[in-house]
Design a protein around this ligand. Structure first.
Ligand code: HPA
Length: 278
């Protein structure tokens, strides 16, 4: 990971917005989640292409723009589009949002993704709050020379997903009558989808949903002491759970249908966070 580039990324954001009021937190909008940004009513933006180390997102449906939103008196950074390990550009682009947020003093990170449902009741269109994860990417973003930037060399991971934020998410869902499951997210490296045999194995390991992201950012943010909330939109049955083949079009199509619900939930969550943290 290139810490020098990460410092440049944070400096670029600080130069662009020198008078930024307190940044409470940030949200990374993954596959299919992009339009959730509109519900947070962003008032300014900076393309990823202008942020050193970020580069352009190489995945269709990921816009690649950092936006600022205000909830009450708090500022929220909205990263519309994410970089993935399977894009082959290393850990630096994946670390950029977490690093910027940390440098600006933000304490809360929300991660969103599209995932395949392994637990049978997680039907396409359902939402799942992530309680814990299994890292099967085959790599860890903290690998390499230890940098104090990310906290201790061997960070504890017994509570990566903050229980209070999970409660706030559940409360927000209940208030708006949005069904919200809870479960374990397993990250595989991608970019190929899994085989049915892999999904059967993942089920035995205790996974409820599978995707290709989120865990690296969660590892970094947890190591650096941030509080994390994460949520999956189940966009398809995982391979072999149903007989239909998987496609990126299905993934983004399902998320689009669930969009009004996703927008309501994320907005309500941040309002609750900003109220509580005032
Ligand atoms: N597998 C991996 N990643 C995914 C899936 C899936 O089934 N759906 C959306 N992202």
């Amino acid at each position: 990971m290139n810490i020098e580039l990460l410092n440049q990324a944070a400096a670029t954001v600080q130069t662009k917005w020198p008078d930024l009021a307190e940044v409470k937190g940030g949200v990374v909008l993954g596959s299919g989640w992009g339009p959730v940004a509109d519900a947070l009513e962003p008032f300014d933006s900076l393309p990823y292409s202008e942020i050193p180390g970020f580069g352009a997102t190489g995945v269709e449906g990921h816009r690649g723009v950092l936006q600022l939103a205000r909830i009450g008196s708090s500022t929220i950074m909205v990263f519309q589009g994410r970089r993935h390990w399977y894009e082959g550009a290393g850990w630096t682009p994946i670390a950029v949002p977490v690093f910027i947020l940390k440098k600006l003093g933000a304490s809360i990170l929300m991660l969103t993704n599209a995932a395949g449902g392994i637990r049978p009741e997680l039907k396409p269109g359902s939402l799942m709050a992530i309680e814990d994860h299994i890292n099967l990417i085959g790599a860890n973003p903290l690998t390499g020379p230890h940098s104090q930037v990310w906290g201790p060399q061997f960070p504890d991971q017994s509570k990566v997903y903050d229980p209070r934020l999970l409660d706030l998410l559940a409360d927000a869902a209940q208030r708006h009558a949005i069904p919200l499951a809870r479960g374990v997210y397993l990250a595989s490296s991608g970019p190929s989808y899994e085989t049915p045999a892999e999904i059967r194995a993942f089920q035995k390991l205790g996974a409820d949903a599978v995707g290709m992201s989120t865990v690296p950012e969660a590892i970094l943010a947890n190591a650096s002491g941030m509080r994390i909330a994460a949520i999956s939109c189940i966009t398809n049955y995982a391979a072999g759970v149903a007989s239909t083949p998987l496609s990126h079009e299905e993934v983004t199509g399902t998320a689009t249908k669930a969009m009004p619900t996703m927008q309501t939930l994320i907005r309500a969550f941040w309002e609750a966070v900003c109220r509580e943290e005032k």
